[in-house]
Design a protein around this ligand. Structure first.
Ligand SMILES: CC(C)(COP(=O)(O)OP(=O)(O)OC[C@H]1O[C@@H](n2cnc3c(N)ncnc32)[C@H](O)[C@@H]1OP(=O)(O)O)[C@@H](O)C(=O)NCCC(=O)NCCS
Length: 150
């Protein structure tokens, strides 16, 4: 298993993975990812020469913001997500950023796929910080979750 920064071919493959995760990512999300993956930092995991996971992040006022994460369905629950979180924490430590935040569909919403996503963040130490109300009609409320980097 290799984990490294994504090049443009890896980004295309990451988008292909995201397109298969339809329960989590809408067409609009995919459109946004195409921009976010290029402008921000994107890392990928390679298994047997194939990209199987991606994580996109940036920072704001010293806080690392996890923007997108995804693992190919058949490789989920094998520790790939954790591998990418560990990498992100290592990167954060290197530059002395001590906090990682992520926004995810609020726990008031019982949609199962995102319940599993919240379980993932909770399992690896993220705690709910606050509820962020949707800024526009038809947008979703989100929970902002955070984790201190040790
Ligand atoms: C969330 C995600 C990145 C986690 O990656 P992963 O490689 O599956 O995660 P890990 O194997 O490191 O951790 C597994 C834990 O995550 C949670 N989890 C993730 N996917 C799950 C699933 N399909 N079913 C049950 N639990 C799941 C559980 O807490 C699980 O722990 P468990 O196996 O002890 O029950 C991945 O499941 C995914 O791509 N989800 C869809 C996209 C998404 O939700 N992205 C976040 C919004 S940008």
């Amino acid at each position: 298993m290799i984990i490294r920064k994504a090049n443009s071919s890896d980004i295309k493959k990451s988008l292909d993975i995201a397109k298969t995760l339809k329960q989590w990512f809408t067409k609009e999300a995919i459109k946004n990812m195409k921009i976010d993956f290029v402008i921000n930092n994107t890392i990928i995991v390679i298994n047997k020469k194939e990209v199987i996971g991606f994580l996109c992040y940036n920072s704001d006022n010293g806080i690392i913001k996890l923007i997108w994460i995804g693992v190919e369905k058949e490789h989920q629950r094998k520790g790939i997500g954790k591998l990418m979180l560990d990498y992100l924490e290592k990167e954060a430590r290197k530059i002395k950023s001590n906090y990682i935040e992520v926004e995810t569909l609020t726990e008031k919403d019982n949609y199962k796929p995102y319940r599993l996503t919240r379980d993932f963040y909770k399992k690896y130490g993220f705690k709910k910080l606050y509820l962020k109300k949707a800024p526009k009609p038809r947008w979703d409320d989100v929970d902002v979750m955070g984790k201190k980097v040790k």
